[in-house]
Design a binder for this molecule. Structure first.
Ligand SMILES: C[S@@+](CC[C@H](N)C(=O)[O-])C[C@H]1O[C@@H](n2cnc3c(N)ncnc32)[C@H](O)[C@@H]1O
Length: 184
C-alpha cells in the first residue's frame, strides 16, 4: 500500500483505494479533509521516511513559509519518494492576479531545494542564498501546460510557440514538477 499525501487539498479530496492510502490536509474547515492543519507551521502527521508521494496542486504559491513546508515534505518522504507540484506559471495573469498567491513559480524555483545544484551555484558565485538547507530534492521532470489555442498552434509551428512561451504573457498556464527526495 502506497502512502500518498494531498497538501492544500481544498475541494479536491482524494479517496483511498486498495493500492493508495490518501491523507488529505487543508487548513480550511469548510472543505473536506482528513486533517485541518496550517502547513506553514504544523507538522505533516506522518512518521519520518514513510510517504511515497506528495501532491501540491495549486498550493505552493499560497505559502510564505516554504522552508518549513519543504522540510516537512522531505522529512516524511522515503528516499526516492515523489513531490509532485502543479502551480500557475509566473507569466499567466492568474499567477499574479489572485491576491491569495504570495509567490510566483518559474522553471528555476525548485533548483533552490537541490543541494548539489546549490553547492555548484554557490561555488560559481551564481547565488548567495540557500533557501532551505535541510531538505534535498532532485528535479526529475518539468512540464509546461498550454491552453488549447496554443496547443493547436504548437502542432503547426512549434518554433513560434516556443518563442511565445518565453516572451509573451498568458501562453503557459501551468507548470508541473516531479521532484525526488534524496536522503542518501
Ligand atoms: C487553490 S486551492 C487548491 C485546492 C486543491 N489542491 C485543488 O487543486 O483543487 C488552495 C488550498 O490551499 C489551502 N491552504 C492555503 N494555505 C494553507 C496553509 N497554510 N495550510 C494548509 N492549507 C492551506 C487553502 O485552504 C485551499 O484549500
Amino acid at each position: 500500500m502506497k502512502t500518498c499525501i494531498n497538501l492544500g487539498s481544498g475541494n479536491s479530496y482524494r479517496e483511498s483505494n486498495t493500492v493508495e492510502k490518501w491523507i488529505n490536509i487543508d487548513k480550511n474547515r469548510k472543505c473536506r479533509a482528513d486533517y485541518y492543519l496550517d502547513l506553514e507551521k504544523d507538522k505533516i502527521p506522518c512518521k519520518t521516511s514513510t510517504a511515497d508521494y506528495i501532491l501540491m496542486r495549486h498550493f505552493f504559491e499560497h505559502i510564505r513559509n516554504i522552508d518549513h513546508l519543504m522540510n516537512e515534505c522531505w522529512r516524511v518522504l522515503k528516499h526516492g519518494g515523489t513531490l509532485h507540484i502543479i502551480s500557475p506559471y509566473w507569466t499567466n495573469q492568474w499567477s499574479v492576479g489572485d491576491p491569495t498567491h504570495v509567490r510566483s513559480v518559474t522553471e528555476n524555483t525548485f533548483m533552490f531545494f537541490d543541494k548539489v545544484v546549490m553547492e555548484k551555484c554557490i561555488k560559481e558565485k551564481k547565488v548567495m542564498t540557500v533557501v532551505c538547507p535541510k531538505c534535498d530534492f532532485v528535479q526529475q521532470e518539468v512540464k509546461m501546460h498550454l491552453p488549447s489555442e496554443w496547443l493547436d498552434k504548437h502542432e503547426k509551428n512549434p518554433d513560434e510557440v516556443k518563442f511565445a512561451m518565453k516572451h509573451y504573457l498568458n501562453v503557459v498556464e501551468e507548470i508541473e514538477f516531479y521532484l525526488r527526495a534524496r536522503k542518501k
